[in-house]
Design a protein around this ligand. Structure first.
Ligand SMILES: *Cc1c(COP(=O)(O)O)cnc(C)c1O
Length: 393
């Protein structure tokens, strides 16, 4: 198989999502130097656009060079010093990863655990905070991409602050797909990624630090464990001083800028409504085919839909046929959900009516070949009904 050109896929997995042609075109623009006035102007614009998407006034808002995991690590290693207590909500892959990163940074981790596929309840979080003596940081994953769970944040923020802790949120998958109101929710630090609902290739990780988090950064007594992710130095590079730290990935920053413009041209509210509607149409279609959602209705993410794989159905064979014959990527389950769920991402550019209906039609063709009889046309028809209702609204 020739490596280039890569095949045309419809990306309906857990990320990356489909990328708008304007973003791909931006990446093909000529390079400039990373201290060129034109690039510095782009850096400044990008910080402003990110503030609008994060719904914050935070000065320290910028894209970390690296994927979402780099943002995760940046938040942890800049806020945590050896011996600090950190409370982490663990109900999926990313909570588990946070525990690993915080432990490596020398934190004493107190877990607020919940079964995969469920939220971390407020009382479980409160109990974990109470078990810690003086928690410095409380971290939750807003959109747990491994399970499709939407974690409520309001009460959690109150609990964290009442304990005198910083409230940190992983919004890698939620940013650009549902509200991430950093200032209203009093989130002290948050990180995201470009490849989910921002619909940009993987490679940058937007972060934002509020005043309390910046104060914690300034008050550190140990140097930040990671040289590359040391925000004190990165801040000087992205701020007025422009002191060279590392070379920003120029083309990735072109791409992010264009992707953020697309988000704000659409408007946050319209974008959230679109994600919600396509989720509702997908769920209606899947249920009409006889499939069951894996997450309870009140806690389902719009951008990541977990579906139970029926007993008789061959997980891998279905996904392979969707990819090879239909050109559609969906995700398999992770950890305890491996072989038990599919993860259907409707993120950013991937969240459209045409793409939802294309997937439903493809499932109608594919499932009967791999162990599940379905009423042909039922999925698409149910999806169409949701759109028709919305058109009438
Ligand atoms: C994807 C994801 C990450 C990690 O992002 P990478 O781009 O894979 O490094 C972290 N947290 C959540 C919730 C994610 O969905």
């Amino acid at each position: 198989m020739a490596v280039f050109p890569p095949p045309q896929r419809l990306l309906l997995g857990p990320g990356p999502s489909d990328v708008h042609p304007r973003v791909l075109a931006a990446m093909a623009q000529p390079l400039v130097g990373h201290l060129d006035p034109a690039f510095i102007a782009l850096m400044e614009e990008t910080k402003g656009l990110l503030r609008r998407v994060f719904q914050t006034e935070n000065t320290l808002t910028l894209p970390i060079s690296g994927t979402g995991s780099a943002g995760l690590e940046a938040c942890v290693v800049n806020l945590v010093e050896p011996g600090d207590e950190v409370v982490i909500g663990v109900n999926g892959v990313f909570g588990t990863r946070l525990v690993d990163v915080a432990t490596r940074a020398g934190a004493t981790v107190v877990k607020a655990g919940a079964p995969w596929g469920e939220i971390v309840p407020d009382d479980v979080l409160a109990a974990a905070i109470a078990r810690a003596r003086r928690p410095k940081v409380v971290v939750l994953v807003h959109a747990e991409t491994s399970t499709g769970v939407w974690q409520p944040l309001d009460e959690a923020s109150r609990l964290a602050h009442a304990a005198g802790a910083l409230f940190v949120v992983d919004c890698v998958t939620s940013l650009g797909g549902c509200p991430v109101e950093v200032d209203r929710l009093r989130i002290d630090a948050a990180y995201s990624g470009t490849q989910k609902c921002l619909s940009c290739p993987p490679g940058l990780s937007p972060i934002t630090f509020g005043e309390r988090a910046v104060a914690a950064l300034r008050a550190r007594t140990h140097p930040v464990q990671s040289w590359y992710l040391d925000l004190g130095m990165i801040e000087r590079y992205w701020g007025e001083e422009r002191v060279y730290h590392h070379t920003a990935p120029i083309s990735m920053n072109y791409a992010l800028y264009e992707a953020l413009c697309l988000v704000l041209e659409e408007g946050l509210d319209a974008r959230f409504r679109r994600h919600r509607l396509n989720h509702e149409a997908l769920v209606a279609g899947l249920e009409a085919l006889g499939l069951e959602m894996a997450v309870a209705a009140p806690h389902r993410l719009w951008m990541l839909n977990s579906v139970r794989i029926p007993e008789a159905v061959d997980d891998v064979a279905v996904r392979r046929r969707l990819l090879e014959t239909e050109g559609i990527e969906i995700g398999g389950g992770l950890g305890p959900l491996k072989g038990r769920t599919w993860r259907i991402g409707l993120m950013g550019e991937s969240s459209t009516r045409a793409k939802v209906l294309r997937l439903l039609a493809a499932l109608e063709r594919t499932l009967p070949r791999h162990g599940m009889a379905v009423a042909e046309g039922a999925g698409v028809a149910a999806g169409e009904r949701v759109y028709a209702q919305a058109d009438g609204r």
